[in-house]
Write a protein of this length. Sequence first.
Length: 266
Amino acid sequence: MRRIILISAILIFSLAYIILSNNNSSPQNKDNRIFTVIIDAGHGGKDPGTTGLSGIYEKNIVLPIALKLKNNLAKEYDDMKIVLTRDKDEFIELKQRGKIANSENGNLFVSIHCNARKSEENDKSGFEIYLLDLNRVDEAKSITLEENKFIAFNEKIDSAYITQNKILASIYQQAYLGYSERFSTMIETEMIKGTSLPSRGHFQAGFWVLLSASMPTLLVECGYLSNKTDEEYLKSDKGQEEIAKSIFKAIRYFKMDYDFENSLME
């Protein structure tokens, strides 16, 4: 039995070493300054996301927010690379979004979504911020199905993919969890100051879109499309601009903090 356990441990750590050796976004290869921000507009194409009370799709709200966020960053920084996982109404698989982030050597990953209450829940309002919880990755399928009533679950992720990325994510989570938590606090502060949405707090969930991105990652549920007040705000150009500006300010403060901290290590 001891021999089997030892062999299994060696295989797991060997797999992790191979993956990290072939991954251009490992912590050892990261520049100490933030140059690349990945903005992920949730859903898209055949995946509309949740549906608002007026019939508007989540995908058509989060994309304008992502585009406005990119414009704000581009105006502020001429030396920052800003990558959108999608810049139009197209379907991008969840696992592909993490691959895009890693291939672009991203330093920060922000996924933008809208929320909806479950049928058995009371009315809800406000924004929520999510960090990855590896222990809840297996819940991702039910989360995706709950969000999307229109299409069958189509993320064909086999057990080897899940196992591989759990190993990677556990390594990166140790390296970046502190940064992710700090960034989540900054987003909450700026969203409270800059929008009319109340904060519902910080949470952890097994979102697949956060699983394979090897950098500080967050998912922002900008508000509830199942709430009339939230929906009207999220649909408006004013609301979308205020959300984008708030996330932009959080990224700006996080970058200043991150750059200063890492400059001390040079």
